[in-house]
Design a binder for this molecule. Structure first.
Ligand code: ACO
Length: 310
């Protein structure tokens, strides 16, 4: 890598050009993108588990159909993202191996259990709401395939967000038991949703380089602030109590949160959350159960090749 190559690359980013797969890029840019996009893909795939667990227990056919569509969308998002990472030279096998052996990270949020049906609504409203804030920013990322995947994913996430909000608002205004279920879900998901947007800026080693290269356009704390500013007033309007006694609005109109328990966050990231083990076991089981499909595809491909050679 010469200083001239780097300068030309950074000039393209300054001009708002997209970097495409065959273009010259610094090795560190490629590595950062593979890291981030593969973690993102794993998050989509593992993210199917907490919700998938409730498909058989949905309270109505209508809610079941929405949930099935949503979980299916997450699988599709995982596919786009693995493809985007493949354009940078990562292989599907390497990425899946890293996930299944526990070496790869995926979003902390999916290591929390879904204890009641209201959790499904709260995931839509808060988790997908946080994901949209982060991913709308990433739709402007400098790497073409990632930014384009984000545009499609965000429009699907918007439907997920709306269905979650509609559900929680209905329960918050429903019977006493429904209100209690909605409040309990908020009590358990509020803080993990804030943590999901990443460590505070002072503990975020990747942010400066990612911002310099136009991958992230905002810091973790900036995105977190946007998320709280949108969601806090809506949750309060729905009649729910946000479990943060220090939460207040400042003179600029920003909602300021109390201290986040970063010890809990890092414990979850390091694999010691409530559901880390169960999630990895479930992914490994699904992968093993799918072995016959991969074998059949390989056998088919081998036969096609040998017929072509005849
Ligand atoms: N869960 C698990 N690990 C996390 C989380 C999280 N919520 N937030 C940060 N980390 C990890 C980072 O991956 C990084 O680890 P690494 O260097 O070993 O890879 C470390 O903590 C330090 O964090 P940062 O320096 O702040 O990392 P970064 O600048 O990449 O910012 C962020 C983290 C905001 C998650 C970024 O990677 C991103 O925008 N990723 C794409 C979006 C995404 O993955 N969303 C997943 C959930 S959306 C959904 O599935 C519905």
């Amino acid at each position: 890598e010469t200083p001239e190559q780097l300068a030309a690359f950074e000039a393209r980013i300054q001009n708002g050009e997209k970097i495409e797969p065959g273009d010259w890029m610094p090795a560190a840019y490629r590595q950062q993108l593979i890291r981030m996009i593969s973690q993102h893909a794993h998050s989509e795939v593992v993210g199917m588990l907490p919700e998938g667990a409730w498909i058989t227990r949905a309270p109505s056919l209508h809610r079941k159909m929405i949930l099935i569509a949503k979980v299916q969308d997450e699988a599709g998002h995982g596919q786009y993202l693995y493809h985007a990472a493949e354009t940078l030279g990562a292989t599907r096998e390497q990425m899946l191996d890293a996930l299944l052996t526990g070496k790869a990270k995926y979003s902390s949020i999916f290591n929390y259990p879904t204890l009641t049906w209201a959790d499904i609504g709260m995931i839509g409203w808060l988790v997908d709401g946080a994901a949209i804030k982060n991913q709308t920013m990433l739709a402007g990322a400098s790497y073409g395939p990632y930014s384009r995947a984000m545009v499609r994913i965000c429009s699907e996430e918007t439907f997920h967000h709306k269905q979650g909000k509609e559900m929680v608002v209905a329960y918050a205004q429903g019977t006493p038991a429904q209100r209690e279920m909605a409040q309990d879900a908020l009590d358990r998901w509020w803080w993990p949703a804030l943590m999901m947007l990443g460590p505070s800026d002072k503990d975020s080693p990747n942010t400066p380089q990612l911002m310099r290269w136009g991958v992230k356009l905002k810091t973790n704390d900036e995105v977190r602030q946007e998320f709280i500013n949108e969601h806090a007033p809506e949750l309060i309007e729905a009649g729910l109590t946000i479990p943060d006694p220090l939460l207040h609005q400042d003179e600029q109109g920003n909602w300021i949160h109390g201290p986040i328990n970063w010890d809990e966050f890092w414990q979850v990231v390091k694999g010691h959350g409530q559901m880390n083990r169960a999630r990895l076991e479930a992914r490994n089981r699904a992968h093993d159960d799918g072995a016959w499909v991969r074998d059949a595809l390989n056998a088919y491909e081998t036969r096609q090749h040998s017929q072509a050679a005849d």
